[in-house]
Design a protein around this ligand. Structure first.
Ligand code: ATP
Ligand code: MG
Length: 139
């Protein structure tokens, strides 16, 4: 059975461009309930750990530089079938291919600076949420 939790981050470029409020409002309008939320900044080492699954990919070094380059928002979201619902809601990895009206189409800048992260499985949603939040920080 699909789980009800996913994890998201608002990436540094979207933060710098001032899209934080619009993106959070859109997430709420989309029917996702915010279970935990914080603004923080990852170190290069933390970004490397978070994205360890991609360490063999050619974009790993650039991605982890980028994700540690400025403040981000991290959040745990709840909705029925949350992982798939949120991936559909944010759109394709490359904003150029993202469906109209999705977060990446509206607020993405490039394939790397694509506005938001979304977990790709129930298991990773829990791992990623636990990376940023202690159980006490979930409501
Ligand atoms: P995310 O995991 O951030 O939700 P995703 O699941 O759509 O995105 P992944 O394949 O997991 O995409 O890639 C993780 C992140 O790595 C992407 O969101 C993007 O920022 C970056 N990325 C992916 N492909 C490329 C690429 N070809 N060039 C540069 N960066 C890339
Ligand atoms: Mg992914």
């Amino acid at each position: 059975m699909a789980g009800n939790i996913t994890f998201t981050m608002i990436k540094p470029t979207a933060m710098k461009k001032g899209y934080m409020g619009n993106i959070i409002a859109k997430i709420i309008e989309g029917g996702f309930k915010i279970k935990a939320l914080k603004m923080t900044k990852m170190s290069k080492e933390e970004a490397m750990e978070f994205y360890a699954v991609h360490k063999e990919r050619p974009f790993y070094n650039g991605l982890t530089d980028f994700m540690s380059s400025g403040p981000i928002i991290a959040a745990v979201l709840e909705k029925e079938d949350a992982v798939k619902a949120y991936r559909d809601f944010i759109g394709a990895t490359n904003p150029e291919n993202a469906a109209e009206g999705t977060i990446r189409a509206l607020y993405g800048t490039s394939i790397e600076a694509n506005a938001v992260h979304g977990s790709d499985s129930d298991e990773n949603a829990i791992i990623e949420s636990s990376f940023f939040f202690s159980k006490r920080e979930w409501v």
